[in-house]
Design a protein around this ligand. Structure first.
Ligand SMILES: [Zn+2]
Ligand SMILES: [Zn+2]
Length: 311
């Protein structure tokens, strides 16, 4: 069942906007808007309007719109004057109240809310091929990347049982916490993010880099596959500026591109992030970026208070 909410910016003339399994089309008349929702039959949606992205008002007389067997629901609602507004369809299905970024994680992951935390359970196995699967595994793919110095390390990908507990409402920490060796966050495909160091004693990654596979990942000695660098399987599929995961403090992580430019660490603060609008948070949120230069993902401390990751 579809669990997205989505935000549509309507700057007349209309911009149509689609997400995975629901599509909201709007046609503006003088004082009304025709809504056309296309999606999974049985899905239930509330359409909301905002002029400032802060206050959202339900359209269609507060009624949820159920998508019939045909997969298309159409209705006309009165909106007063049709000035510049934002519209979003919010799932009215029970149990679909996860924040938008968590709805973008792979369906194979177990994700739920537990009090003030989002819990994510993952096997940490990448959803893309790698030379770090065993040769007999169908997901094995010999190295075909661009690094002439690539040398495979002796470790192989192993299925893990990893549980993340991440603050659902991230806020800046008064006292910042150092990142650690091991997982500091999770990508949308369930793979761990690691910081800019190699063990022990926070060595630079210099020698590790040559063992990164064609998707910038590699496994450590207990088979935990991880990314220190931009997860290029994800940004290759979704765009270099796309949402790629969250750090343990709950703040989102994006690829290096923003507004058509490739960011470097100079564009970011000491934690390797900044405040600003993102596609999932048009109202603005603190967020991290991967960059091609050091420290790649995080400056050594979390901006917020980290949750936990246990095996
Ligand atoms: Zn590593
Ligand atoms: Zn940014």
């Amino acid at each position: 069942m579809m669990k997205f909410s989505l935000v549509i910016t309507v700057l007349l003339p209309l911009i149509a906007f689609a997400q995975d399994s629901v599509d909201l089309e709007l046609a503006v008349e003088k004082t009304s808007i025709s809504l056309k929702l296309t999606g999974d039959a049985g899905g239930s949606w509330t359409v909301q309007r905002s002029e400032d992205l802060k206050t959202w008002i339900n359209l269609a007389g507060n009624e949820a719109i159920e998508i019939p067997q045909s997969g298309v629901a159409e209705t006309v609602v009165s909106v007063g004057d049709a000035k510049e507004s934002y519209f979003q369809a919010v799932s009215a299905d029970p149990g679909s109240s996860l924040p938008l970024v968590y709805q973008l994680f792979d369906d194979s992951l177990e994700i739920y809310q537990d009090g003030d935390f989002i819990v994510i359970e993952t096997t940490n196995v990448p959803n893309h091929p790698s030379p770090y699967f065993s040769n007999s595994d169908s997901r094995f793919e010999a190295y075909n990347g661009t690094n002439p110095n690539f040398r495979i390390n002796p470790n192989r990908i192993e299925t893990q049982t990893m549980v993340y507990r991440i603050p659902i409402n991230p806020t800046e920490a008064n006292n910042k916490t150092n990142t650690r060796l091991g997982s500091i966050g999770i990508a949308v495909n369930g793979v761990a993010f690691f910081n800019q160091y190699a063990g022990p004693n926070n060595q630079p990654l210099t020698s590790e880099v040559d063992s990164f596979d064609q998707y910038n990942g590699h496994p450590q000695n207990s088979g935990v596959y991880h990314y220190h660098f931009e997860p290029i399987y994800l940004t290759g599929n979704n765009g270099r500026g796309s949402f790629v995961g969250v750090l343990l403090d709950g703040f989102p992580v994006y690829g290096p591109e923003e507004n058509g430019e490739i960011l470097t660490s100079e564009d970011l603060d000491e934690y390797h992030g900044h405040f600003g609008p993102t596609p999932e948070h048009p109202e603005g949120i603190y967020h991290y970026h991967f960059t091609d230069d050091l420290p790649y993902l995080n400056g050594g401390q979390y901006f917020g208070t980290p949750g936990t990751q246990t095996n």
